[in-house]
Design a binder for this molecule. Sequence first.
Ligand SMILES: Nc1ncnc2c1ncn2[C@@H]1O[C@H](COP(=O)(O)OP(=O)(O)OP(=O)(O)O)[C@@H](O)[C@H]1O
Length: 279
Amino acid sequence: MNTIVISIKGVSYQYPEQESLALNNVSLDVYKGEWLAIVGHNGSGKSTLAKMLNGLHYPSKGTVMIGGYALNEENVWSIREKLGMVFQNPDNQFVGTTVQDDVAFGLENNGVEHGVMQERVFASLEKVGMTAFLNQEPHHLSGGQKQRVAIAGVIALRPDIILLDEATSMLDPLGREEVMNTVRELNEKEGLTVISITHDLEEAAKADRVIVLNEGRLYTEGTPQSIFQLDRELLNLGLGVPFAVQMSQLLADAGLQLSQRHFNEEELVSELWTLNFKM
Ligand SMILES: Nc1ncnc2c1ncn2[C@@H]1O[C@H](COP(=O)(O)OP(=O)(O)OP(=O)(O)O)[C@@H](O)[C@H]1O
């Protein structure tokens, strides 16, 4: 995991007519094949960073390199081939009248030959477990299914990096799990580099590495384990530690040693279930 696919150096960004910086001297690297979560309270700069990585904003100061290209107007289309985005609202992302038309849209725009396009559409839908819905109209799907189709549309274009900008925040718990499992498979089996921008720390717990933004600055970074140990500091930043982490800590304080620190309720319950309590 040592190849750098994104390098951000000393980046600042200021919106016109805003006094404070939306991004303030941010430096970070993203490594090939990792799953990086970027978390932060409202207004911490997450969306500004996501938009920058998609070439919608250019740094006021500093440099961004993505897949070997410097971020500038000349390279923006090459960069968008390397980095695909999935956005928050599943309903705003559809352009096709059927699932397969939708996934084919980007390929058609890129002039991919018909036979190749059909193969890629099918393969992409297979990777997200949606081949049974080829001819369905997208608006008949659940939120989680819609986001999986959106992901298929992105991976059909074969990017190296996928950026999920709050892609699960409008979904119910089942939809969230569906999307997260899909992303995990793409990350593990296909080696896709994943950046997930989220305010949900339970989701961030699934990442290899977490970056915390606060008021436009990189506050800290580390494994989910090390970030959750910040506990009260996270609360001060407006970020809640997941319930399972707090509960595991309370149980440990009360003398109940669990085999590991659990990040979600299902894992915690499945261990607690196996324990025999002496009354
Ligand atoms: N289009 C805009 N014009 C002016 N200021 C903006 C604009 N978008 C964001 N900002 C400001 O930039 C700062 C960072 O906002 P940003 O949306 O990047 O944060 P965020 O972490 O994504 O927040 P949220 O979780 O609420 O989306 C905030 O102070 C915000 O008010």
